[in-house]
Design a protein around this ligand. Structure first.
Ligand code: ADP
Ligand code: NA
Length: 333
């Protein structure tokens, strides 16, 4: 039996979005506050550089993401919060997993196909190997559960495949079969401009997403301009089946308010978007502006953020290093 442990990460490749918040960060805080299982959270800057990052912007975005975690309620006394590149066990185990994972497995990853697109000859080798490094992030702590959004489900399956192949190849029961925790009303927040694409910090259109750094006016304007259809909200959730943009706004409302999507539809049955969008904007501003304000305050003291991340890295290292020592022994190195 493996000791229960929760791990998750977010790339500091730009500002955090409402999708990151609802699908990941808000749930990281809930898991921390349940207090039953140790929680380890990581800013995965080595994943960010699988596509080009301006060094100064990356440094800034990493601190800003840390500020976002703290502002959203991650408490360094309750959770370990650190930056991936400061704990070398990730890169070391990532290499070993590059030698465990198969080319064919990686080639089937939909995120690889989406991000590399038709020009995969020109994508970085790191972008291809990304899911093996992600497996290393998780398994360096022998994490048993990973809160993530829906988009990471396939990568979690690959993490289990890597753990199983390692255990099998070396005849050990060393790594756990990590479970994804994909829960809540907003496991896949969609773009505000296109109901078929997920909201992402790497989308070129800023109008497609709400950033945790957006002020109240920007949030209200983006929601007002969000793509919808001309129909009023239906009587039941069933009526949203072929209305992805409307469904997305209802899901966002549900996740922000703590209601179910069915409850939101019941409350707003028959309402026009002219009524629903301002209500959603008010709710989003009420929930996000305290976080935005606290992020701004924290960003005035970058040395304090660096200190918290440094302490987190020491705590993370203390867990991961003995695991790596065992891995080197098991693999004959
Ligand atoms: P991004 O796509 O914004 O770069 P990351 O790859 O860093 O996000 O993902 C960080 C976490 O946020 C993951 O758990 C991921 O599943 C979650 N996440 C990202 N985008 C969304 C979204 N649109 N809806 C729900 N969760 C999301
Ligand atoms: Na992603």
């Amino acid at each position: 039996a493996f000791t229960p442990r929760i791990f998750s990460g977010i790339q500091p490749s730009g500002g955090l979005t409402l999708g990151n918040y609802l699908g990941a960060l808000k749930r990281f805080v809930e898991k921390q506050d349940e207090g039953t299982t140790p929680t380890i959270y990581c800013l995965v800057d080595m994943h960010a550089i699988t596509v080009w990052q301006d060094p100064e912007k990356l440094r800034h975005a990493t601190r800003e993401a840390a500020a976002g975690f703290l502002a959203a309620g991650i408490d360094p006394k309750k959770s370990i919060l650190f930056n991936q590149s400061q704990v070398s066990a990730h890169a070391e185990l990532g290499w070993i997993f590059n030698c465990v994972a198969r080319m064919g497995w990686m080639g089937r990853m939909t995120q690889w196909k989406d991000k590399a697109g038709k020009n995969s000859e020109n994508a970085s080798l790191g972008l291809f190997a990304y899911p093996a490094l992600m497996a290393a992030d998780i398994l360096a702590y022998k994490a048993t559960a990973v809160p993530v959004g829906e988009d990471q489900k396939q990568h979690l399956e690959l993490t289990r495949d890597i753990a199983a192949k390692f255990n099998n190849d070396y005849g050990v029961d060393f790594f756990p079969m990590t479970e994804p925790l994909i829960e809540g009303a907003a496991t896949r927040v969609m773009s505000l401009r296109d109901g078929t694409k997920k909201m992402s910090k790497s989308d070129p259109s800023d109008q497609s997403r709400i950033n945790l750094t957006d002020d109240a006016d920007a949030i209200a304007a983006k929601i007002r301009k969000a793509k919808t259809d001309p129909e009023p909200l239906p009587e039941t959730l069933d009526g949203l089946r072929d209305r992805p943009e409307a469904r997305n706004l209802v899901n966002i409302y549900a996740a922000l308010s703590g209601m179910t999507a069915a409850g939101v539809v019941a409350e707003y049955a028959g309402a026009q978007f002219g009524t629903f969008k301002p209500a959603l904007a008010d709710l989003a501003v009420a929930k996000l502006s305290p976080i935005t304000g606290e992020m701004t305050r924290l960003m005035q003291d970058p040395a304090e953020i660096d200190r918290i991340l440094g302490e987190g890295a020491d705590q993370a290292e203390a867990i991961a290093r003995p695991v790596l020592d065992d891995v080197y022994r098991i693999t004959g190195m």
